[in-house]
Design a protein around this ligand. Structure first.
Ligand code: ADP
Ligand code: ZN
Ligand code: ZN
Length: 752
C-alpha cells in the first residue's frame, strides 16, 4: 500500500524552480489516492490549503521525516490526469525545461476551479408515466369535464403511447405547458428520471468522399500502409497549393475511425475556414468537433470530456488541441505545418509537432505533416530519412500553377509613378475585374502609412514607449504603435524642428484600399486585417462576401494568403515583397518564400490560368528568383547550405535569453554580467556552445522596456537546454535584480 505521495503544487506555474513535495497518506486515504489525483495539501508556514497533483507514489521511505505533512483531502474521486497525460507532462518538463505545474496547466482544460471536475457522462431528464396505468385512466375520466384539463390530457395520452420521453422534448410540444407537467408530477402520475445521455454517433458518409486522382491515390495508399503498420512514423505530405492534400488526409482519418481509433487535426488558427469545417462534417458528422481560442472554458471542458469518453473521434483545432485526451489516438495531422503559430509563446513554449511526435511514439501512431512549403527543419528531416515524404505535384483537375511576374518598383519610380500600385498591376487588376474574375492583394502591413517623417529635418515620428515608428490609421485618424498599442494624434508640426511639412511614407492595407476604391469601387472592395476582423465573425463575414462575389477585390495582410479555396481568383498581387525580406532574422528568406508561395496558391484554382504580380525594389533577390521560376527544391537546398554555413537550425539548436527592464543601463549591465556567466561555464563545455551577444534586440524597446538578448547555439539540444538554464539560475541566485526581467526559450521561431 502506498503511504507517501509526491505532489506538485499548483501555483508554481510561473516560477521555474518547482519542487516536488512528499506528503503522508493517512489511513483513511490509503488505497484511494492514485497517480494523477488532484488533492488539497497544507503548505507553507501557516499550512494554508493548496491544490496539488499526485505525480508519484511510494510504499515506504528510508528515513521517515516526522515533520511530514499529510494530504488533507482528494478533490475528485477519479484522477484528473491519466498516465498518458502524466507522461506528456514529464516530456514537457524535460524537453522544454519548464515546471511540472506549468506543464500540467497546459494539458488540462482551462478554468478548472477548486470544485471537483466531473468527467462522467452527461445526464438528461426524462419523464415517464407511472407503472399504474389504471390510475392514469381514472385521473383522465375524473377530470375530463374540466376546461383547463386539455393540456394535461394531451401529455398523458402522449405518454401512454411513448411511455418515456425527454423532458425537453415534452416541454416543446405545442399543446402542453410546463405547469401542466408540474401538476402531473405533483399528483404522481408521471415521474422524473435522470438518465445517461445516449449518444448516437453518425456513420461515416462514404458518398461524400471524392474519388481521388492517380497522384492522390498513390499518396493515400502510402499513408494508409504506414497507418496499418501500427508503428510510429512522421510523414510529410508535400503538395503544391490546390493539389488536394486535405482530401488525402480525410481518407487517412476515415481509415483511423474504421480501425476504432481517433485523430487530431491541427490547423493554424486563422486559416480554418467554414469551408474546411464543412468538408469534415459532411464526412464524419457528429464524430468531429472543433475547438478554438474563442470558446469559453466551460465549452472547452465539455469537449475535453467528450474526447476522453470517446464520444467524438476527430477534433480540429489550434496547437493546444494536440493535448486532447483521446484514449485511442492513432493519427495527428498538422496542416500547414510550417506555420509559426504551432509554437507557443508562453511557458511552456512547446511546439505542437514535438508533442504530436511524442504522443504518437507512445501510441504507435502516425504524425502527418501537410504543407506546400514545409519548414526547413521538416524538409531537412525528410532528406535525412527521419521523416517519410509523400508528394503531390499537380493541381486538381485542369488547374495549373499561375504565371509569375515581378515588377521592378525602382523603374516605376523613374517613370514618375510614386504610388503604391505599379502600372502593370493596375492594368492587370482592371482587366481581371472586367473579365468577371476576382483579385486578391497581399500587403503585409496594416494601417495606412507606416512612417511619418518631416520633410525639412527628416525626423521620423516614433512611439514614445517603443523603438518603432508610428503607423497612421486612416479610419481613426490617429497614429498607432503596433507594438504597445498606444495611440496619439497626428502632430501638426514636426516635434523636432516645427516645420509644417510632414509627409506620410510607406503603405499599409488602408492606403491600398483608399487608392483602389477611387478606381474600382463598383466591383466591391473588401479589406481583411487585424482591424477589420475583430469579434467572433469578423473573418467569416468578409470571406463570405468574397465567396458570394459581393466583394471582388480583397486586400489583406497574410491572413488572406492562407488556405482559402476561391475558384474565381485569377490574379494575386503582392504589393511589396520586400517588407519581410529584410527582417533581421535568419528565417526571413524562408518566411518570405512561404508567404509568397502561399499567396500565389490562391490564384488560378480552376480552369483559367492564374497570374501573380510581385512588386519589389529588389527583383534579383534569390527568393524571388526561385519563386518566379518555380524552383522550390533549389530554394530549399540553397537555404540549407546557408544555414549549415552559418551554423543555424536545423544544424544547431538555439537558446535565446531576453533581458528587459525600464532602465537602459541596468539592462545593458545585466546582459553583460549574464554573458560572463555563459562564457565562464562554456569553457568547461569544450566548444560545444557558441555564444552570440549580448546585443540590443531587433526591437530594442517595447512599452518603455529596453530589450537586450544573448543567443547560445549548440548541436546538442539536451546539453544546451541544461546549460542555458544552469547559468541563468546561477546568475539569478547570486545577482537577483528586481528591476530586470529575464525570459528564455529553446528553439524559438522568431528572433524579435
Ligand atoms: P490543398 O489542401 O492541397 O490546398 P484541397 O484538398 O483543398 O487542396 O483541394 C483543392 C480543391 O480541389 C478543393 O475544392 C477540393 O474539394 C477539390 N478536390 C480535391 N481533390 C479532388 C478530387 N479528387 N476530385 C475533385 N475535386 C477535388
Ligand atoms: Zn522636422
Ligand atoms: Zn509603442
Amino acid at each position: 500500500m502506498h503511504k507517501y505521495a509526491q505532489v506538485i503544487i499548483n501555483f508554481a506555474t510561473t516560477t521555474e524552480i518547482d519542487k516536488i513535495f512528499t506528503y503522508k497518506i493517512e489511513t483513511h486515504l490509503i488505497g484511494k489516492v492514485q497517480l494523477g489525483h488532484r488533492v488539497k495539501v497544507p503548505f507553507g508556514r501557516y499550512n494554508a490549503l493548496q491544490t496539488g497533483y499526485v505525480i508519484g507514489l511510494q510504499e515506504e521511505m528510508e528515513a521517515v521525516d516526522y515533520r511530514l505533512k499529510a494530504i488533507a483531502e482528494m478533490i475528485e474521486t477519479e484522477p484528473v490526469l491519466s498516465l498518458m497525460q502524466l507522461d506528456m507532462a514529464e516530456f514537457i518538463v524535460n524537453y522544454y525545461g519548464t515546471s511540472f505545474a506549468a506543464a500540467i496547466d497546459v494539458i488540462l482544460p482551462p478554468g478548472l476551479s477548486q470544485k471537483p471536475f466531473e468527467q462522467g457522462a452527461d445526464y438528461e431528464d426524462y419523464i415517464a408515466l407511472t407503472e399504474d396505468t389504471g390510475k392514469v385512466h381514472n385521473y383522465i375520466s375524473q377530470n375530463a369535464h374540466k376546461k383547463t384539463f386539455a393540456r394535461q390530457r394531451y401529455l398523458l395520452e402522449y405518454l401512454l403511447v411513448h411511455h418515456k420521453v425527454l423532458q425537453k422534448e415534452l416541454e416543446n410540444l405545442p399543446e402542453t405547458s410546463k405547469s401542466s407537467l408540474k401538476t402531473l408530477i405533483q399528483n404522481e402520475l408521471v415521474v422524473k428520471l435522470k438518465e445517461e445521455k445516449t449518444l448516437i454517433k453518425d456513420a461515416i458518409n462514404y458518398t461524400a468522399f471524392k474519388s481521388l486522382n492517380e497522384e492522390q491515390f498513390k499518396a493515400k495508399q502510402s499513408i494508409l500502409s504506414m497507418l496499418t503498420k501500427k508503428q510510429y512514423d512522421t510523414i510529410l505530405l508535400q503538395g503544391v497549393t490546390g493539389s488536394g492534400k486535405t482530401e488525402v488526409f480525410l481518407y487517412a482519418i476515415k481509415e483511423v475511425i474504421e480501425m476504432g481509433g481517433s485523430a487530431i487535426v491541427l490547423v493554424p488558427e486563422i486559416a480554418l475556414t467554414k469551408q474546411t469545417l464543412e468538408r469534415f462534417q459532411e464526412r464524419f458528422g457528429n464524430q468531429v468537433a472543433l475547438t478554438h481560442s474563442r470558446m469559453t472554458p466551460k465549452e472547452r471542458q465539455k469537449l475535453y470530456i467528450k474526447a476522453k469518453r470517446g464520444e467524438i473521434s476527430v477534433i480540429i483545432g489550434p496547437r493546444s488541441a494536440v493535448f486532447m485526451p483521446f484514449e485511442n489516438l492513432k493519427l495527428i495531422v498538422v496542416d500547414e505545418e510550417h506555420e509559426s503559430t504551432y509554437k507557443s509563446e508562453n511557458m511552456p513554449k512547446y511546439h505542437a509537432i514535438d508533442i504530436a511526435q511524442m504522443r504518437m511514439k507512445r501510441e504507435n501512431g502516425v504524425v502527418l505533416l501537410a504543407s506546400a512549403t514545409p519548414s526547413i527543419e521538416t524538409y531537412y528531416n525528410c532528406l535525412s530519412s527521419i521523416y517519410q515524404k509523400v508528394e503531390l505535384n499537380h493541381r486538381i483537375g485542369n488547374a495549373v500553377l499561375p504565371e509569375v511576374i515581378t515588377v521592378d518598383m525602382r523603374l516605376e519610380l523613374k517613370r514618375g509613378n510614386n504610388g503604391v500600385i505599379s502600372q502593370q498591376l493596375f492594368e492587370a487588376i482592371s482587366t481581371t475585374l472586367r473579365e468577371g474574375k476576382q483579385v486578391m492583394l497581399l500587403i503585409n502591413r496594416r494601417g495606412h502609412s507606416s512612417f511619418i517623417n518631416c520633410r525639412s529635418c527628416g525626423h521620423v515620428i516614433k512611439c514614445k514607449h517603443c523603438d518603432v515608428s508610428m503607423t497612421y490609421h486612416l479610419s481613426s485618424r490617429t497614429l498607432e504603435c503596433h507594438y504597445c498599442g498606444k495611440k496619439q494624434p497626428v502632430p501638426e508640426k514636426c516635434p523636432a524642428c516645427n516645420s509644417k511639412y510632414i509627409r506620410f511614407f510607406g503603405s499599409g492595407t488602408e492606403k491600398v484600399e483608399e487608392y483602389l476604391t477611387e478606381h474600382f469601387e463598383s466591383y466591391g472592395i473588401g479589406r481583411m486585417d487585424l482591424d477589420t476582423t475583430t469579434g467572433k465573425t469578423g473573418h467569416h463575414k468578409i470571406l463570405e462576401a468574397f465567396s458570394l462575389r459581393k466583394i471582388n477585390l480583397l486586400i489583406g495582410t497574410q491572413m488572406i494568403a492562407k488556405g482559402h479555396d476561391f475558384k474565381e481568383v485569377a490574379l494575386v498581387g503582392i504589393i511589396s515583397a520586400d517588407l519581410s525580406l529584410y527582417m533581421q532574422d535568419f528565417r526571413s528568406n524562408e518566411r518570405t518564400f512561404q508567404l509568397i508561395t502561399q499567396a500565389m496558391g490562391r490564384a488560378g484554382r480552376s480552369d483559367t490560368k492564374g497570374q501573380v504580380i510581385i512588386q519589389t525594389y529588389n527583383p534579383e533577390h534569390i527568393v524571388l528568383e526561385r519563386i518566379k521560376y518555380n524552383n522550390g527544391e533549389l530554394f530549399y537546398k540553397e537555404e540549407l547550405k546557408n544555414r549549415e554555413l552559418m551554423g543555424y537550425p536545423p544544424f544547431a539548436n538555439v537558446f535565446t535569453v531576453l533581458i528587459s527592464g525600464k532602465s537602459e543601463h541596468e539592462v545593458i549591465d545585466a546582459a553583460h554580467a549574464l554573458t560572463q556567466y555563459y562564457r565562464h561555464y562554456s569553457q568547461r563545455g569544450r566548444g560545444v556552445f557558441r555564444i552570440v551577444g549580448p546585443s540590443p534586440a531587433v526591437i530594442s524597446k517595447v512599452a518603455d522596456e529596453y530589450r537586450w538578448r544573448i543567443i547560445i547555439l549548440s548541436e546538442e539540444r539536451d546539453r544546451l537546454l541544461i546549460f542555458g538554464k544552469y547559468c541563468l539560475q546561477k546568475f539569478n541566485t547570486i545577482q537577483t535584480r528586481e528591476s530586470i526581467k529575464i525570459q528564455w526559450d529553446i528553439n524559438p521561431l522568431s528572433m524579435m
